[in-house]
Design a protein around this ligand. Structure first.
Ligand code: GLN
Length: 568
């Protein structure tokens, strides 16, 4: 049985899947753009996809982006941040690839579980169908069963009728064994839906060889050839380069890459990812894509706010230095959304935010002063496990006692609570059961519900939850409201049975979940700016809507710097 959408209503019918896919694409009149990558990873497919989406959105097209990742994890939730960087969390609680963060930040629209698919998820659902007997005794194979599942998922968002254009980024690099089913699925979709509905963009690298003083096109030629061996030809080649391509190189790439010269798009290295949409506009990426699917867009590309934002980040009036204390600082992608939130909030306040990455293992009683002194604000980052917690506790004590603005996110908030219990109240054994299951004062503990859960994947408190803020709190002033919704990703909570023993006078719970009464936000009232949040505000900051908490935090950093300067 297959899902058929007829005039917006879903029907389950027994028709060949190819018929259903053609019918859905025709009914919804959706165009599909695929972004593949060649030569090497880390060329920025996600940013190219997000930039194209931004340009199309600026012409009033309804557009979304999805990412298909070739790894076997069902989602990236169980991955160590050192593997692929931060795990981004959507409103509906999906743990996803960090590129979804870029999509949301560029487009200011929410993504969901459907926007990120992995090989693990594809196989899981095919195997579940097999166990239910849905394949009617057939041998279940990569082709057609896995590719059918992939194609259906590639078209899922298009079938909702909510979008004109769906951009799909294929993770990995062409030629990887694990990417093959995805490339084959795109090939089949081009055949099923026709060239007028599908565009294939291939992102490659054009390196400069210093010894010969030349840009080299051979890697691009090979990459295009590799794609063709899988039966897929690129319509547009986006060439990442550190210097302009020039007419001759463009011609060569077009000739050997089998595309028209106008379809060779130069993607020059730029100083901020937020420059890329403008570069792509100059190169005509959006125009070429629309041309291929027969759309003659007369709409103006309205990037007024985007340009204003860019102007502000490039022409700051002030500068501050924030310390980011974490244990994954060797790979700054682990904190991607936090770093981008600083940029958004900084732009709003015309301020350049320089980030000092501080490994929590480097902080001890004798080093703390020299490491944190001189910073305008400190953020203690989210994290898991017990490694390098002591450094975080010492950092929090330092900023609390020295009136340095502090924001603790998730684990950062939990650390702030433990620190206060230990050093202010003298409860030296206070701890989180994540780190010390035998603590006699488990001020951070698992919720009863979590105690019965043993599987790790997708079982945390995830996604968006309501929170009610106390009216006279600093956070309520920062948000300008007392009811907020923020995204979560954690198992441990402030232990409600022990809160009376440490909260009250100066340390206060100023945000609670209205249903469970769990502590979501804490503040210290006799400190200029000391806030801990159990949720992750960084997932909701976008270019057009910088997060109010980050804006307030950066604002506190600016004040702290001014205060310090007047005392010097
Ligand atoms: N490890 C902590 C928990 O699970 C904090 C998680 C986080 O910082 N995202 O509760």
């Amino acid at each position: 049985m297959t899902l058929l959408i007829l005039y917006g209503n879903p029907y389950f019918v027994s028709l060949p899947p190819v018929f259903i896919r053609r019918y859905n694409a025709w009914m919804n009149n959706v165009k599909y753009v695929f972004v593949t990558g060649g030569v090497t990873s880390s060329l920025g497919k996600g940013i190219i996809a997000a930039s194209l989406a931004k340009l199309l959105q600026a012409q009033k097209f309804r557009v979304t982006i999805q990412k298909f990742d070739p790894y076997i994890n069902v989602d990236p939730g169980t991955l160590n941040p050192y593997e692929h960087g931060e795990c981004f969390v959507t409103e509906d609680g999906a743990e996803t690839d960090l590129d979804l963060g870029h999509y949301e930040r560029f487009l200011n629209v929410n993504t969901s579980q459907a926007n990120n698919v992995t090989t693990g998820r594809v196989y899981k659902s095919v195997i579940e169908k097999e166990r239910k007997g849905e394949f009617l005794g057939k041998t279940v194979q990569v082709i057609p069963h896995i590719t059918n599942e992939i194609k259906n998922r590639m078209m899922l968002l298009g079938n909702t009728g909510d979008y004109d254009i769906i951009i799909t980024e294929i993770g990995g690099t062409v030629g990887d064994i694990e990417s093959l089913p995805y490339i084959e699925s795109v090939r089949q979709l081009v055949w099923e839906l026709g060239k007028s509905k599908v565009v294939v963009i291939h992102l490659t690298l054009v390196p400069y060889l210093a010894s010969s003083g030349e840009l080299k096109t051979k890697p691009t030629q090979h990459s295009v050839k590799l794609l063709m061996e899988s039966g897929l030809s690129a319509d547009i080649l986006v060439c990442r380069t550190d210097r302009p391509l020039g007419a001759e190189i463009r011609h060569k790439i077009a000739l050997y890459g089998n595309v028209y010269p106008d379809d060779v798009i130069e993607s020059l290295d730029v100083c901020t990812i937020y420059d890329v949409p403008l570069k792509m506009l100059e190169e005509g990426l959006d125009r070429q894509v629309l041309k291929k699917v027969g759309i003659d867009s007369e709409n103006e590309v309205d990037l007024f706010h985007w340009k204003d934002f860019l102007y502000k980040i490039k022409n700051p009036k002030k500068k501050i230095r924030i310390g980011l204390v974490g244990k994954y600082v060797e790979l700054t992608d682990s904190y991607k959304s936090i770093l981008e939130s600083f940029i958004h909030a900084g732009a709003k306040l015309h301020t350049q935010v320089d980030v000092e990455f501080i490994h929590s293992a480097d902080i001890n009683d004798s080093s703390v002063d020299s490491i944190l002194e001189g910073l305008d604000a400190v953020l203690v980052a989210p994290g898991f496990g017990s490694r390098a917690i002591n450094g975080k506790l010492i950092a929090v004590r330092y900023v609390r006692e020295n009136s340095i603005p502090f924001l603790g996110i998730c684990l950062g908030m939990q650390i702030a609570v433990i620190e206060y219990a230990r050093n202010h109240h003298g409860i030296l054994g206070a701890d989180s059961t994540e780190r010390n299951p035998n603590t006699d004062f488990p001020i951070i503990d698992l919720m009863t519900k979590q105690k019965k859960i043993f599987a790790k994947g997708g079982t945390m408190r995830l996604g968006s939850w309501d929170c009610t803020l106390s009216e006279d709190s600093l956070v309520a002033k920062s948000y300008g409201t007392t009811s907020i919704r923020e995204r979560h990703r954690h198992r441990y909570e402030v232990n409600s049975q022990l809160v009376d023993q440490i909260f009250g006078e100066n340390l206060q719970i100023v945000g609670v979940n209205p249903e469970t009464d769990l502590a979501e936000v804490i503040e210290i009232s006799n400190h200029p700016w000391f806030v801990g949040v159990q949720f992750h505000p960084e997932y909701k900051s976008t270019v057009s809507q910088p997060h109010p908490l980050f804006v307030s935090f950066i604002g506190a950093g600016i004040k702290h710097r001014e205060r310090r300067n007047t005392h010097l």
